[in-house]
Design a protein around this ligand. Structure first.
Ligand SMILES: [Zn+2]
Length: 149
């Protein structure tokens, strides 16, 4: 097994992402939807940040923008998300690089996955809408057990 990269593993403190940016939604704001995660959702978002997002951000080396993170049921409906979406459980994020090509970030993520540096349950690139969807569910798809918590 490859060694896991140095990682603080401590949630949001000192990391690259905030709970606010993982829950913010312009659509929710415009439509008056209260997109508030439960404690369980927050725990899942913390795991997503620890096991995927912070590691990818560190490897990528420049800012990554979250275009969609947690979605409550109403918001998920409003954006046309699938009913079983990991976004509704706080286990998924759509991201794009602030600088650099979307495809390059996708290659970076795939490389990390192949090397065992991150776990992924879902990952795809939507070039048209300009984001990469990543989901991490430690229970359902424990491909890299050494990084689950
Ligand atoms: Zn997504």
């Amino acid at each position: 097994m490859p060694a896991t990269p140095p990682h603080r593993g401590g949630g949001w403190e000192g990391g690259f992402f905030s709970l606010e940016e993982l829950t913010y939604s312009l659509t929710a704001q415009q439509r008056g939807i209260e997109n508030i995660p439960t404690e369980e959702h927050k725990r899942n978002l913390t795991r997503l940040v620890d096991c995927v997002l912070d590691r990818v951000r560190a490897e990528w080396g420049s800012p990554i923008i979250v275009t969609s993170g947690y979605r409550c049921e109403a918001l998920n409906k409003a954006v046309g998300g699938v009913t079983s979406s990991y976004h509704m459980r706080g286990m998924a994020a759509d991201i794009r690089p602030q600088r650099g090509a979307l495809g390059s970030l996708f290659e970076c993520i795939m490389g990390m996955f192949m090397d065992g540096d991150i776990g992924l349950t879902e990952c795809y690139i939507d070039s048209e809408k300009g984001f990469i969807h990543v989901a991490y569910d430690a229970q359902a798809f424990n491909v890299w057990p050494f990084i689950s918590n």
